[in-house]
Write a protein that binds this ligand. Structure first.
Ligand code: 5GP
Length: 111
């Protein structure tokens, strides 16, 4: 279990911006841009790299649709969706999440 399960279960507070049956989206505690929201599946998957099978693929699709909904709720036309998969890529919480980042000019490539 990770800290995100505790957020899903409301055991620790978060600033929730979107929720449906399968997905939760809440503001990152350490934002790197004016909008920085984390979109997570309620059913835990470790990472994009660990996703397996059609059920996980469908759930990732729902997460991506939720990212789009979050961007619209936040009034963003330009934004970035990123998921760090594995510690070497910067993943620090091992419950799949997509960062929705926007509200400022974003550089490329990331570090
Ligand atoms: P990662 O480094 O795994 O790609 O992203 C994990 C993100 O989770 C980080 O941006 C970090 O700031 C965020 N985070 C870690 N713990 C908490 C928490 O307790 N609440 C919230 N809202 N965000 C968290």
């Amino acid at each position: 279990m990770t800290i995100f399960t505790k957020i899903i279960n409301r055991e620790i507070p978060s600033d929730i911006v979107y929720e449906d049956d399968d997905v939760l989206a809440f503001r990152d505690i350490n934002p790197v841009a004016p909008t920085h929201v984390l979109v997570i599946p309620k059913r835990p998957i470790v990472s994009v790299g660990a996703a397996d099978g059609t059920d996980d693929a469908a759930l990732m699709g729902k997460c991506m649709a939720a990212c789009r909904a979050v961007a619209e709720l936040e009034g963003l036309t330009d934004f970035r969706v990123v998921s760090n998969s594995g510690a070497g890529a910067g993943q620090s919480v091992f419950h799949l999440h997509f960062h929705v980042i926007g509200g400022r000019k974003l550089g490329w490539p990331p570090g």
